[in-house]
Write a protein of this length. Sequence first.
Lengths: 186, 138
Amino acid sequence: MALDRSADDARPYVERAHPTHPTLVDPEHVVADLYGMINVPTVVWIDERGRIVRPNDAQFGTDTFTAFHGKKSAPFLAALRAWVRDGRGALADSDARAQQRLPSAEEQLARAHFTLAWHLHQRGRTEAAERHFLRAGELSPHDWTIRRGSMPIRGINPMGPQFFELYKEWEAAGKPGYPTQPLEGE
Amino acid sequence: MAGEAFTLIEGGRATPVEARLAEGRVRVAEADVERAFGWKLAPQGLCKGPVCVPVRDRAGLAAEGGVDLETLAETLGLPLALDREERVAVLGASSAERCGRLASLEAPDFELPDLAGRLHRLSDQRGKKVLLIAYASW
């Protein structure tokens, strides 16, 4: 599921990967809001009954950016295969809850401003939209889906100087993210 | 004073209504609030389905000109993003609702389009393990 502004942003990646699973687009951040997602990639394990057995976690399927973030894909892929094969690695409810990052009132207000900004942007109200993208970022400063995710919409290069400024700010704040325990081998 | 065109957004749905803007406040007719947000002003309070929220200051919430949007959001404990100049307001989900739902560990259901525009629901995958991955081109 791509937290992108349109299917066209995601298309080149999807066409190259030829996935056999459904690949969806969420420009309005409906799922980010429902699941309290604040960055990408975010993975969630959901069992056959529709229960969350591993909540939001930052995990990578490849080692393309390992030099940058220091995380390897192998422990995650091994854990994922074990879960698919025989259900190993599913957390007890209390452990799953302990690993959840719960959204604050300010963060929910930020999401409302993001929705408003996106609505205005789609109607060509660029300047008004900018006010609400900025307000959303002030209210939820460590939410990358808002701060970096809005960059392409606002005509800002998401790999450019503003991204590196954002990264430094996040690093200085102690790299806030999901409170997950390391997987075996991590 | 005649009403002005205004848009109310909730749960991904935009509803055009008429609003009265005066002294920095935005008021919308009770029927339009119910149409846009699903909340109805009843004798026992603000009600949506089986849920009713008590209203302490009824006169402050609903006057002749309609329901005051900011007082409505405050009474319900819901986030409101409002732009008076652009005539749009978004009523969001509260952190209490989101936290309660996440803590239940029931994966929230959703419906989203694929690249061809075909809709998929998470609950269509019931009976299979699902790895939900959020990624982005940015």
